[in-house]
Design a protein around this ligand. Structure first.
Ligand code: NAI
Length: 293
């Protein structure tokens, strides 16, 4: 059955198999979430050693959410490490969550598109790259859609469903149906730099980092934002997102005369990317921010 046609209708087939490429902060957690919600997921990474920690995080999530051992086991069985990428040829959706670099993503798309099922959807979790920058290598650009999840995936309801100039309407509907299938809230939006959320979030994070450059401690900036009602301060959030990712997003979105946060630049150059490397603006111990570094 041709999913591209069928998905425009209410009785569209649910997604059964998701293949995720990139087992980092986002890819690993999206894979874990989809498997929790009943989908068979294959998980691939260029660096195979990234897969095991993602599976471990999934096991922790399932133990917390499902409690009963046989349900935990069933969810674990649905989440399949796939170093060789066999899942590309079988999946209903192939979603990339690799490094935030248009050239690298295009190279990956050129390799995988010929192997995908005829009616499969190609999705990108890019935070900031307009989809039109990724389509030049595709034979069927109408099947590329942005499925932009937020960090931490298990807690953030929203998924931006991003429509590039060539994305088919049926693929947009399929993206929305998929988000609902896994109990997320789809927000359809057009492909413009930063889409909707990051267009607002990125200048907010940048201003917070510029305040740190001005000598205000990260703790003070974060405490003020929390007092204002934010669930987490902007500096802690940047560390959690990953400063390398934040840097790449900033490069995409910054206007030419925007000042560059210098402390951020130093940390990225020192490969101190935040929570995932154990140090960023804060030192991180057991997944919690400690004193600022
Ligand atoms: P990450 O650095 O934690 O993970 C990226 C993974 O992709 C790494 O494990 C790396 O080995 C792998 N990889 C790199 N090139 C590859 C290739 N050619 N083939 C297969 N695997 C490859 O990055 P993170 O944070 O998970 O970001 C991934 C994507 O998700 C980026 O596009 C980013 O903009 C986006 N994103 C990130 C968010 C965040 O909060 N970190 C939020 C929403 C989207």
């Amino acid at each position: 059955q041709d999913r591209m046609k069928a998905l425009g209708k209410a009785d569209a087939e649910p997604i059964r198999h998701l293949h995720v490429i990139g087992a980092g902060v986002m890819g690993g957690d999206i894979a874990a979430w989809a498997a929790l919600r009943g989908i068979t997921v294959t998980l691939q990474d260029l660096a195979p050693e990234r897969i095991a920690p993602a599976i471990k995080r999934a096991a922790e999530l399932y133990t917390k959410r499902l409690k009963l051992p046989h349900l935990v086991q069933a969810a674990m069985d649905r989440l399949i490490p796939d170093v060789a990428g066999h899942g590309v040829a079988k999946a209903d959706i192939v979603l990339e969550a690799i490094v935030e670099n248009a050239e690298v993503k295009r190279k990956l798309f050129a390799q995988i598109e010929p192997r995908m099922k005829e009616d499969a959807i190609l999705a990108s979790n890019t935070s900031s790259i307009p989809l039109q920058e990724l389509t030049s290598v595709l034979k069927r650009p109408e099947r590329l859609v942005g499925l932009h999840f937020f960090n931490p995936v298990a807690q953030m309801m929203l998924v931006e469903i991003v429509q590039g100039p060539q994305t088919a309407a049926s693929v947009m509907l399929a993206g929305q149906a998929f988000a609902k299938q896994i109990d997320k809230l789809p927000l359809p939006c057009k492909s413009a730099p930063g889409f909707l959320v990051n267009r607002v979030l990125s200048p907010y994070l940048a201003e917070a980092m510029l305040m740190v450059d001005e000598g205000i401690p990260p703790e003070t900036v974060d405490a003020a934002a929390k007092d204002f009602g934010m669930p987490m301060g902007p500096i802690e959030l940047a560390d959690m997102v990953g400063l390398d990712v934040g840097w790449a997003v900033g490069q995409e979105l910054a206007k030419p005369d925007n000042p560059i946060p210098q402390k951020l630049k130093q940390l990225v150059e020192a490969k101190k990317f935040g929570k995932k490397t154990g140090e960023g603006f804060y030192k991180w111990v057991k997944g919690k921010p400690q004193k600022s570094s």
